[in-house]
Design a protein around this ligand. Sequence first.
Ligand SMILES: [Ca+2]
Length: 314
Amino acid sequence: MLNIVHCNTKNKSLRMRKVPTRTSFCRYECVATATQSCHETLMRLCHSAFVIVLSLPLSAPPAAARECPVPEQLDFVVDKKIDRSERGLTQGLEFHDGKLYESTGRALGDTRINMIDLDGTVTALANLGDTVFGEGLTILNGEVFQLTWQENIVFVYDLEGNLLRQMPNPYTGWGLASDGEHLLFTDGEGQLRFADPKTFEITREIELRTAAGVSPVWMNELEYVDGKLYGNIFTSDWIIRVDPQSGCVEAVSDMAHLRSQLSAEELAQIADSPENVLNGIARDPQSKKFYITGKRWPMIFVGDFRQQGTASQQ
Ligand SMILES: [Ca+2]
């Protein structure tokens, strides 16, 4: 049986504790305060365990998981990178009408709605300061939706950042996306939920799962593209692609290579806090380019996902 660490770094909970759990594959959680070395240990365990999950032999998967395919391996090919005029703790990222919209969390900054021009200029459209912890963001029908982490509030803005209304969310807020009709969101556990954009009433819930028969947890910033859902796995360098109808993980991409394309100065900026993990996926529906970043990363990468081994043929 797999043992995977549940490491909640958002509230700096770093001491491991065994947790009996059936639906997630985490056997520990981090509680209270502890040391940096503990945090780093958990990060390594989380990452290595996730890799193990994705590469498990499939000779005898649980019956309930037989429908899921072996995940396809994707490469991310970088075209260019955009240097930001100001960093932000990216919790949500979406492309709309030639610009990026970003939700930021209050750790090491404010909870904001930022607009980012493609030359990297960051403009704050709304700033809630430290009153709440901003999380996932998506745009639907001309409205900007922003989750909060533990405050159980969904803020709804117009495209200029004016607050229009609020909705209650009974769950912890992590990633948020839209399929053009519903809001899709995660809470860090192994479920994907669909909500009504007018009321946030939960209309559907599906268990995420892999070919190995486990539920991937910590699916964080999300992006809905052509009927599929991309998501960062929190604290790792992995992005996964899920079929939101079946819940199956269909593809994975190791984004660790992005760090090799950074200058020493950029790496130093990312390394100044363990919070600065990969987190941010947006896609321009016109150019079909993806925009990838992380928390307080000074840049946004622009490029494409391609089936592994085919990049040089494109
Ligand atoms: Ca997104």
